[in-house]
Write a protein that binds this ligand. Structure first.
Ligand SMILES: [Zn+2]
Length: 424
């Protein structure tokens, strides 16, 4: 996906339009906004609190973020730099707010996103235009027919102060992370004679919608629908075990996707995405593999946008625990793996060009984090451009999905036929 995709288009933010003076009235006001088409993100738990409205008041000196909730919640708030974000972690919440809520900010807030971050946990990620400090945050319990209110005040601060706050939080988190490291991923021996294992990775999910097309369908839904069709076709051959990094609308971090593939001894990893581009005539399917040298500027941009998934979801991307290979043997393995990835990508191009229209340069390379497993041949398929009318139609067509998935199955078979000594 591309730069334009993250610039969320659409409906205006509904809420208090008053200037900073309205802030003091928050404890007594009721929002005067007209209801728009509601977008509901239901929680798995039907008893989860419901967020019904969000509004912002104030200006560049102080901006107040207010969310209405059907019940009291406990929140954890922290900040992450580059880009400047304020992260609000909540227990599981059903979001029932007008479509487009979060697209436009106010004052110090540029925009915000919301959704599920892990089972039983929801999150709001607030994008700040610059370094901000959370001056005040509290939850007003429901009373007298009024909903509960989560209130967060942000004020400008210096970059240094912002970084110091983020660092203090990070150090606290390190204690918890140390316990996690003790349980670090152990990849056991693969059982001999088992089927070949393929990990399918439907891009985005949960709080990270990915890009969207004219019909408003999210990339995360397109990728999941296609992955399920493809997975079934692969299973039907009787040759493969298929594992999915996600099977529902869940957020999975990029490193967890890679770790999942390694834990499942994947013989092949295929990440499924859909693209977008400001020029609406651009269309076609593209295959990507990982390389430190991007094919060109456009691909480098696409990779950095796809790599932003974690940042968008409020994951601390500063940890950089992936992609650093110091061991020389591992480096050799990685090089060989990358070559296999390229072979797989060429198979994909050859098979898919029989069933669909390919992008003018159908195989390209860049530093995609999700393709970084040092020992698993990996490729990404960007099915098409949701910003192109014709491509979008195809992406939503069952007929096309079946045909394209069939081509991918052939490409997988061809890859294993020539490049794996071990046969199932
Ligand atoms: Zn994507």
């Amino acid at each position: 996906m591309t730069a334009s995709a993250w610039r969320l288009a659409g409906a205006m933010f509904l809420g208090l339009a008053a200037a900073s003076g309205a802030m003091a009235a928050e404890s007594a006001d009721t929002p005067a906004s007209a209801p728009a088409a509601a977008a509901t993100l239901p929680a798995a738990n039907p008893d989860a609190p419901v967020m019904t409205d969000v509004r912002m008041v104030g200006d560049a000196k102080r901006t107040r973020f207010v969310a209405d909730l059907s019940a009291n919640v406990e929140v954890t708030i922290f900040s992450l730099p580059d880009p400047y974000r304020v992260i609000v972690d909540l227990p599981e919440v059903t979001f029932r707010v007008p479509e487009g809520t979060g697209d436009n900010g106010r004052g110090l807030i540029k925009a915000f996103r919301y959704g599920q971050i892990s089972p039983g946990k929801s999150r709001i990620v607030i994008d700040a235009g610059g370094p901000v400090a959370v001056d005040k945050s509290f939850v007003v319990p429901p009373s007298g027919g009024q909903p509960a209110r989560l209130v967060i005040d942000v004020v400008p601060t210096s970059r240094k102060a912002f970084l110091d706050t983020a660092k203090a939080w990070r150090e606290k988190e390190e204690v918890a992370a140390a316990a996690q490291r003790d349980r670090e991923l152990v990849v056991p021996e693969k059982p001999p004679g088992g089927k070949l294992a393929i990990v399918l990775d439907p891009g985005h999910g949960g709080i990270d919608n990915g890009t969207h097309g004219a019909t408003g369908i999210h990339e995360k839904d397109i990728t999941l629908a296609f992955s399920k069709i493809l997975g079934q076709k692969l299973v039907d051959t009787g040759l493969y075990d298929v594992f999915y990094t996600r099977t529902d609308d869940s957020f999975v971090s990029l490193s967890d996707r890679v770790n999942f593939a390694r834990a499942h001894h994947a013989d092949l990893f295929l990440s499924i995405h859909a693209n977008s581009f400001p020029v609406k005539s651009v269309r076609g399917t593209t295959i990507y593999t990982v390389s430190d040298q991007p094919s060109d500027k456009m691909v480098a941009d696409i990779a950095s946008m796809e790599n932003q998934s974690d940042a968008l979801a409020g994951i601390d991307v500063d940890k950089k625990d992936l992609g650093e290979v110091k061991d020389i043997l591992l480096d050799l393995t990685r090089r060989e793996t990358r070559n296999f990835g390229v072979v797989f990508a060429q198979n994909l191009v050859n098979e898919l060009k029989g069933s669909t229209r390919m992008f003018k340069v159908p195989h390209q390379q860049a530093a995609f984090i999700v393709l970084e497993a040092p020992d698993i041949p990996s490729a990404m398929i960007e099915l098409g451009f949701v910003t192109n009318k014709d491509d979008e139609k195809l992406l939503l067509s069952d007929d096309w999905r079946q045909k394209a998935a069939g081509s991918v199955v052939n490409a997988v078979a061809r890859f294993f036929k020539t490049h794996v000594a071990r046969t199932p």
